[in-house]
Design a protein around this ligand. Structure first.
Ligand code: HEM
Length: 186
């Protein structure tokens, strides 16, 4: 015999926050309208991002300063990205988590900004804007020529480049104006 909420699925449905399809784009994301709220959210995200970067940075003092910074920023980017991606599905399961949905857009924006910073620092500081260095070629004095010592390194950099390009596209469309233009299902 089934009660009012017979199946486990019914229970999940009942505890879900209001369906996303019934929300306006501005309530789904950070939303505009109140620029003070936006300012507070982004200031908070800046502080959270800095704290995550510092957390990773301070645990690997044996690395050189520049590498420690690049990698700590990369780690922060992935943490923020996972948080932004997890928030949507988690909000479907719990109404309490659903209250945090307005933070999804600021999380995504800061994930993209952090990933972009990580990418630029590495392309500038390590690859020095050289396509060959980016693809993993290094000058080997013993051979007197350039060689690709770690083939996987260039491939990993290319995958990072594709990822950051997608994140820039998402960053560029993370505004109410873009969501209205593309439609709320975008
Ligand atoms: C042009 C784009 C990118 C380039 C060239 C790049 C390059 C690199 C390089 C050279 C490393 C250090 C690897 C090592 O020393 O073994 C690294 C680490 C890392 N990258 Fe990227 N990356 C790019 C984009 C991204 C993006 C978009 C993300 C995340 C969304 C990301 C996340 C990470 C993470 C989490 C690490 C590991 C840091 C650590 O070891 O603690 N990267 N990246």
């Amino acid at each position: 015999m089934q009660g009012k909420l017979g199946t486990p699925q019914d229970h999940v449905k009942a505890s879900r926050p209001r369906s996303e399809s019934t929300r306006s784009p501005s309530t789904l994301h950070a939303g505009s309208g109140n620029s003070w709220v936006l300012f507070l959210r982004h200031t908070t995200m800046a502080a959270v991002t800095a704290a995550i970067v510092f957390g990773f940075w301070s645990t690997r003092m044996e690395w050189t300063a520049d590498m420690r910074l690049w990698r700590a920023i990369g780690d922060a980017a992935i943490v923020l990205l996972f948080a932004a991606l997890a928030l949507g599905p988690a909000a479907k399961l719990s109404a309490r988590v659903g209250k945090a949905l307005p933070w999804r857009r600021p999380l995504g924006i800061w994930a993209a900004l952090t990933a972009l910073t990580h990418s630029v620092l590495i392309i500038d500081g390590w690859a020095q804007w050289s396509v060959r260095r980016f693809l993993g070629f290094e000058f080997v004095p013993q051979l007197g020529l350039e060689a690709r010592l770690e083939p996987g390194f260039g491939l990993a950099n290319l995958i990072g480049l594709v990822a950051v390009i997608w994140m820039i596209v998402l960053l560029a469309t993370s505004s109410d104006r873009a969501v209205h233009f593309l439609g709320s299902t975008s």
